[in-house]
Every structure is written in C-alpha cells, then in structure tokens.
Design a binder for this molecule. Sequence first.
Ligand SMILES: [Zn+2]
Ligand SMILES: [Zn+2]
Length: 334
Amino acid sequence: MDKKNKISCSCGSCELFLNDPLPKYSVMCACEDCRQALRWAEINGGKKPKDILYSVYFRSDIQSYNGIENMIATQLRGDASSTRIYCKKCFSCFAVDHVNYQNNVFMIQPDYCKQNFKVQIPPLAVLNLQDYPGEFAELDSDTIPVFHSRKYPQERKRFLSIDPLSEFLAPPKTPAEGTTIREIISKIGKIRVLDLVRGDNLEELRMNKLSIETFETLKKKYGGHSSWAVWADETSGKKSNMGDLRIFENEKILEVLNPEIILVALNFSVDIEMRPWENFHGKNGEVYKLRYALKNTPLWGAYMTDIIVGYVDPKADTTMEYLKNNPNIVLEND
Ligand SMILES: [Zn+2]
Ligand SMILES: [Zn+2]
C-alpha cells in the first residue's frame, strides 16, 4: 500500500512524506511571481498556470523523502524571497519556501503536484490582486478578505490579524521531528537563480533560457540526429570551424538556443555515426551556407532535425520516391 501523507511530483520521481498532514491554512494567490514560476516550468514540460492559485500550507516537518537527486531548487531572481522545488524530469513544483514562512510552514499548490491525502480547506484570503491579469477576479465568496497588495503596514497588519496566520508566519514553537523544507533545500545543493525579468510571462521567442536539464535530455535522446542552428565563428574561409562542436560545451550556449523554432531537413545525406549535435555541423557539404544565411537572424539558435531518421540519401527526389513506396517509414517517424 502507498505510504500515507505523500506529496509528489506528477511523474513520481520526487516524494515528500509529511509528519503532520493537516493543512494549517490556505489562500488564493494572484501574484505574478507564482504564475511566472509555473510558466517557466510549463516551458520545460510542466502544467499551464492558472490566474489565481490555490496555495495551502503545511508544517515544515518531513518524515522522509525520495528522489532528492531529481529535485532542483530555484529562485526567480537574485533578490527573491521564495525558493521553489521542482522535479527536474516532469517540472512539477511540489514545495515552496518563503523567508516569511520562517521554516515553520511551507506551501504547495496542489494543482501542480500530487497528494494522496486531503489538502483542500477553505482559503482565508485572496492575495496580490493587483497582479491579476483580468479585469475582474470572480471569487467563490463575497466576504473573504481581499488584498490588492501587502505593501502597506496597514495591509500587512490586517493580513496577520486573520487567525491563525500570525501563529504560522512566526518561528515554530515546537521543533520539527523530521527534516525541514530548508534542510531539504540545502541537501539539494545549489539554488538555481533563473534571472527572469519581473512580470515577464515568457512569451514565445522570448524563451531564450533553455534549461540545462532539457538540453541534456534532448542531447541524450535526439543528439545523434538533431542539432542547433549555431556554429562557431568563421575565421579562415567560409567553411572554417563548421565542425567545431565545442560551442555546445559552454553553458552560455543556452542563452542562444531557441527550441521554440524548429528547422526540419529531410534526412541524413551521409551515412556516418554522429556525435551528439554533430548533424548539420561538418566541413563537408553545403551546410556552411546555412551558417551564412542564418547568422544574425531570429532563426539563429533554432532546433534542427531530420524528419526521416535512419534513411540515408543525399538527393531529395529519390528520398521522396523511397518514402512514397514505403509509407510506413513516414508513420514511424511521425
Ligand atoms: Zn517528476
Ligand atoms: Zn503568489
């Protein structure tokens, strides 16, 4: 039987088991940071963020946990107050710490992770409506306290006067029996600062931050037959440095790569075993013209792949003939 009081990511690689599964309080949050954090996760494979997020708080007291090697801890910016823990495989966010929680509680947004116990309790407040993207936020209750911001001391006082918030936004009276969320964050090791522009909803083409995890996954799965429209600079002649793959070894390349644009070629023109990202990167053939054509265009950095994998023919017309006679190949490559 499944162990009780579990919070996990959606693929099941990361699990937390709570000592105290009783929700301490919940709020609805409309802040842009929660949405941006989930939007970042969505780009990497997570779920699309809603405009208002049900957020529920538990004691920072974890009986046991699994999959710490699959966890990443992130902050949106260098000056962030929140640290979010995600699964690096499925990009569920399954725990959030904030300086104000004082390691007494931590937060989860149950729509973005999994739980095997009851986490729904009536929210006590609606927060940060100034960031709500629509004109009018429809709420389930017309008596629930709403907060446009908590910038002013009067607002903060009004917030903390809601029972039992002041009890849980203070250092814990009884120490945790198990591991705290901050101990887990320190076990994960380094915190990744995403350096996102405040309020940016990371629309298409602005997505210049491919994560190192996604990069490595793509490399392992598809690096043998795909690559990126990026080449080392030309130094001596128009074909020079075409085969230089060292550009993919420096993490700075992630700022250049753009998986939102995919360039598709037909198939391999030569039959050789490819090193990761080697396709379209060689001194032979005509590919050097691509470097010339794409340099300083929005297509620079695009993902490049062959539509048909495993059939070698440098001529497009005979390839089309082959595909016509073997339509199952097209289906296999779909
Ligand atoms: Zn996962
Ligand atoms: Zn929020």
